[in-house]
Design a protein around this ligand. Sequence first.
Ligand SMILES: CC(C)[C@H](C(=O)O)[C@@H](O)C(=O)O
Ligand code: SF4
Length: 429
Amino acid sequence: MSIQSLEVPSREAAHPGWQRPMTLSEQILSRAAGRPVAPGDMVVVAPDLVMGHDSLSPSIIRVMRDQLGVDRVFDKDKIAIVLDHVSPASTVGTANNQNKVRAFAREQDIRLFDVGRGICHQVLVEERLARPGMLIFGSDSHSCSYGAVGAFGSGMGTTDIALIWATGKTWVKVPPTLRVQVRGRFRPGVSAKDLALRVCRDLTIAGATYAAIEYHGLDWLPLEGRQTLASMAVEVGAKAGIVPPTGVVAEQLLPPAWLQVQEDAVYEQELVIDLAELEPQVARPNQVDDVCDLSEVAGTDVSVVFLGTCTNGRYEDMRAAARILSGRRIHPNVRLMITPASNLEMQRAMRDDTLSILIDAGATLTTPGCGMCMGRHQGTLGDGDVCLSTGNRNFRGRMGAPSSRIYLASPEVAAATAISGRIAGPEEV
Ligand SMILES: CC(C)[C@H](C(=O)O)[C@@H](O)C(=O)O
Ligand code: SF4
């Protein structure tokens, strides 16, 4: 594997004489298209990285081979495959499919992250495969997560990803950009998930359809919080959700010099959120934008609390929960399931007392990966279960039985809820 081969060329090299102020996504798409682009343009682009996971890779391979008649991928170094969605496999069918994907990756010499490594969106960031300025497509709707590092990340279905694996190219309609301007800082007990849910509440599920969101005023927010925020851009219909790779993450992410926030760039819409007024937010079943202040649903009985996912399964999320659960026990009517977003995040939580606090409190720890987020293994919900999840989707039946119900909230609210057996905020336990 060669990280160098994924190096982003300079803006000048890509576009001599490029003058017009652009939003971050316009800059990234211009580079990938090889010419300056504007919203509404239909352009052919060459992505820097293409991700496939266990759920869709078997069919991507089939389409590439059987329908497109292509035997080798365009560039093995620009592809990454992660087995994370139902991993370890829970059925013979899943196991066989994963074996086919393993064999394909070996044959094509594609890097593959196997069982237990973690969720695709977390792994690509940790491996520094996803980097600022890149254009990244993945076989997963939450590929917008790569916006956390200042990349344009977007999800695509089987056929589109197969086409990229075969040719190295795809087309995209350049989205307009919607600016989310954040002011102030979080109050105690409030975190990035509350901001992400507030964005869903204000914009609604279709409010940013086919737009790129840019989040400003967050130079102080560490990478983990940016991942939480960017991962939920798709829940308001956005094509991408980008946090400028500036401020506290700049040294960590080393953005290319050509990627700059340009003050005169044109934004289609602006949403302003004042963190000083933001309370813990909760999404009610069964829509991600049915969001209310915690006080409106406090006291609702739950049977399961799930701490995990690409939105909130990292060390900082486990740490936030451990701070509240330290020396406490979960409610006897509650199962607290914890699925770290990756094995590295799990190890961070092992190095201090985070994991032992959570397990002492009564949590069940599962293999790093997607876990029960999609209801396919490791804690599938049964009829009548009510789950408070730190995930990003609460559609009917997503985590199991159609009659189960899912509330979405922050790790802080998840920990307090696990203690009280009812939806609660950290100050109530
Ligand atoms: C299985 C996969 C295609 C799906 C997605 O696209 O997002 C999943 O990750 C999800 O979160 O619903
Ligand atoms: S953790 Fe959940 S939301 Fe994230 S990629 Fe996996 S299934 Fe999708």
